[in-house]
Design a protein around this ligand. Sequence first.
Ligand code: IMP
Length: 182
Amino acid sequence: MIGEDLQITIGKRHFVELLTQEAIQNRVSELAQGLHTQYRNLDPVFIVVLNGAFIFAADLLRASGLNCDIQFVKLSSYQGTTSTGIVQQILGVQIPLRGRHVVVVEDIVDTGRTMKYFGKLLENENPASIEFVTLLSKPDCHETVFESPYIGFEIPDKFVIGYGLDLDGKARNLPAIYQLAE
Ligand code: IMP
C-alpha cells in the first residue's frame, strides 16, 4: 500500500480521500452525543458488526460516555446472490436481549440486506427497542428503506476503504476514508 495523504494505491487500484480524519472525528462526536442523550438512562446493549465497524465503534462508544453492554457479531456473506439470501451470525450475542434497548453499530449500509436480516433476527429476541447506527450509507444502493437518526455520512455509490473498511483485508487502519478513483 502506497500512501500519500490524499491518495492511496492498493495493488492496481487508486483511491482518493473522501472524508478527512477530522471530519470523521467531528461527526463521530456528534453521533455519540446524540446517543448519550437518548440512551443515558436506558442501559443499552450495543452490538458491533465485525469486522468493519471495529474502529468506528471503539471511537463512538468511548465518546458516548454511556453505561452499556457491548457485544460483537460477525455476519456471513449471503448464500447465493439474490436478495433472499440468508445472513448467518458467526459470532453470536452472548447475553439475553429481551426487554433491552439494542443499538446495532455498522460501518456502512450498502444494499441494506445485512441490516434488514439482522434486524429480523433481533426482533425474535423481543428487545425493548432496536436502533441502527452506521458511519456511512449509500442511499443509491439501498434495496429497502433504511431510516435512522444515526447516519454519519451519506456517500455516493463508490467503493470506499479506511477507518475500518477494507479491500481484501487491507486499509482498515487508515484514519481517513478513501473512495475508488474513476
Ligand atoms: P449490505 O448488506 O449490502 O448493506 O452490505 C453491508 C456490508 O458490505 C458492510 O458491512 C461492508 O462490510 C460491506 N461493504 C459495502 N460497501 C462497502 C464499501 O464501499 N467498502 C467496503 N465494504 C463495503
